[in-house]
Design a binder for this molecule. Structure first.
Ligand SMILES: Nc1ncnc2c1ncn2[C@@H]1O[C@H](COP(=O)(O)OP(=O)(O)OP(=O)(O)O)[C@@H](O)[C@H]1O
Ligand SMILES: [Mg+2]
Length: 289
């Protein structure tokens, strides 16, 4: 105020700022302070507004804590879901898959043993059974891989992406171009799974909404950053409208990126296609599982 009186300048006036105040009884508490100069003929007046914001600060803190808690819960549920998928996928593949293979071998055994004793209709039935078993084995494999591609755990993200993209290309009839890493990186389970699921969800969106002809997926490693993009040449949309939608795909991808200490962004406008971009730092990976 002194400076203002002398020079007419001040960094404190006409602004609202938060400072710590000392209570009469000795403890400190947060306040909001605003000082306004009032010019009256000849005299300088200052009007100060002081508001105790202890409660507001506390509320803010509580809100932040509960948001953090929900975030941790979401991330935990995500992990549990992934673990369950892995277990179910292994069970289906190893147990059911093996039993079916044994059954198929038994049918062949029966066929050979009864070759001369049975009539044509029975032989035909056995051939039908054999073909059915082949289909069932394929279906079981497909269910297991869709739950969790073993490639992801056995060979790595690049291999799993290549497989998924070629399946998508066949199923959706959309041209997919993939530019991957020159070699597999030793990635944490969180990052491998996170990026794979983001590609899956983004491609599901492309197939559902984009009416695209082409999709370009790139995975790049620049310094200590892994960067993933999924770009389509489809109809695009206005991201501003997302707030009003009750959908969880993009929300989930954003959360997954946060779980990897990464950043998710989606760029789109009507008629301009859509680009999903995720960047993940690799340095702090040792802190992740
Ligand atoms: N590649 C895309 N091309 C065009 N529109 C898209 C694309 N990706 C997302 N969108 C739009 O963004 C919206 C939100 O996508 P999001 O994945 O969050 O939810 P959803 O697919 O509608 O539902 P959910 O994923 O929860 O089943 C979609 O409804 C769609 O309108
Ligand atoms: Mg979706």
């Amino acid at each position: 105020l002194q400076r203002h009186l002398v020079t007419g300048e001040s960094t404190m006036l006409n602004r609202v700022f938060e400072i710590t105040a000392l209570h009469r009884s000795g403890y400190e508490f947060p306040i909001e302070l605003a000082i306004v100069p009032i010019k009256k003929t000849g005299d300088d007046f200052y009007c100060a507004f002081i508001r105790d914001i202890t409660e507001r600060k506390r509320e803010g803190e509580r809100l932040r804590e509960s948001y953090e808690e929900i975030r941790r819960l979401a991330s935990h549920l995500q992990d549990v879901r992934e673990e369950e998928r892995l277990i179910i996928s292994r069970e289906i593949h190893d147990q059911l898959g093996q039993q079916l293979t044994i059954m198929k071998m038994d049918i062949n055994w029966l066929k050979k043993r009864t070759m001369l004793a049975v009539n044509d209709a029975t032989k035909e039935k056995m051939d039908e059974l054999n073909l059915m078993m082949d289909d069932m084995i394929k279906t079981v494999r497909k269910i297991a891989t869709d739950l969790r591609p073993s490639l992801l755990d056995d060979l790595g993200l690049g291999a799993a992406l290549e497989w998924h993209l070629s399946e998508f290309e066949k199923r959706a009839g959309i041209d997919v171009h993939y530019e991957g890493l020159p070699q597999e990186l030793p990635l944490s389970v969180t990052i491998k799974t996170g990026l794979f699921r983001i590609v899956q969800e983004s491609l599901t969106n492309v197939a559902r909404y984009a009416k695209a002809k082409k999709v370009l997926v790139t995975l790049k490693h620049i310094d200590d950053i892994l960067s993933l993009t999924i770009r389509d040449d489809g109809v695009g949309f206005d991201p501003a409208e997302l707030a009003t939608k009750k959908s969880f795909g993009i929300v989930g991808m954003r959360e997954r990126s946060a779980m990897m200490s990464g950043k998710y962004s989606i760029l789109s406008s009507p008629g301009q296609g859509t680009t999903v971009k995720v960047i993940v730092p690799l340095l702090i990976e040792s802190e992740l599982k």
